[in-house]
Design a protein around this ligand. Structure first.
Ligand code: SF4
Ligand code: SF4
Length: 181
């Protein structure tokens, strides 16, 4: 042991330094937040409770039941039930998410070509049973109304969602080979 270290040990310098730090912190402003009365603002893009988005014109769910979100979901917590509608269009009878199994990876949002699913900023949801956190289509649409809405929707998808469905469409001026009639 060097003389310097020995002197520090004998004089309890480290202890005194720590005590002075504690003493000084008694007069500094506390940084603890008094949750739930005091909340930290959540930035857009936070991965909170799920929502099914609505079409801005019709107000109906944008989801077309393609199943891409369910296919990519690593937790297998998205369940979609569809039926055949007019003109071979799918009707989404049920769209359900088991929130307790979700790992909030956001892959469903990235995979959806219709910007039909989002993770909202809402994080204050607790329950005493699993059923409360089993989201049905209606509840997911309600989540959109309550925690996202049209304004945030625009911003959210512009910032966090690429590419768009239109990016996969054939450009208007591109030559296309068609079958002979
Ligand atoms: S949320 Fe999107 S990816 Fe999932 S089924 Fe609906 S349209 Fe398809
Ligand atoms: S955030 Fe991830 S785990 Fe949760 S539903 Fe979407 S794909 Fe599944």
């Amino acid at each position: 042991m060097t003389f310097r270290k020995l002197a520090r040990t004998i004089l309890h310098l480290d202890f005194l330094k720590a005590m002075s730090l504690t003493f000084m912190s008694l007069f500094s402003k506390p940084i603890t937040r008094q949750y739930p009365s005091e909340k930290r603002p959540v930035s857009l893009g936070f991965r909170g409770l799920h929502a099914l988005t609505r079409d801005s014109v019709t107000g109906e769910a944008r989801c077309v039941g393609c199943g891409l979100c369910a296919a990519i979901c690593p937790s297998r917590c998205i369940h979609i039930y569809t039926s055949e509608g007019p003109e071979n269009k799918k009707i989404v009878e049920r769209y359900e998410i088991e929130v307790l199994r979700c790992v909030y990876c956001c892959l469903c949002v990235e995979a959806c070509p219709y910007t039909a699913i989002a993770l909202t900023e809402h994080y204050e949801y607790v329950a005493f049973n699993r059923q409360t956190l089993y989201m049905t289509k209606d509840r997911l649409l309600d989540n959109y109304d309550s925690y996202m809405g049209r304004e945030k929707d625009e911003h959210y998808f512009r910032l966090f969602w690429h590419p768009r469905r239109t990016d996969f469409m054939t450009p208007v001026d591109q030559a296309v080979f068609r079958r002979r009639p």
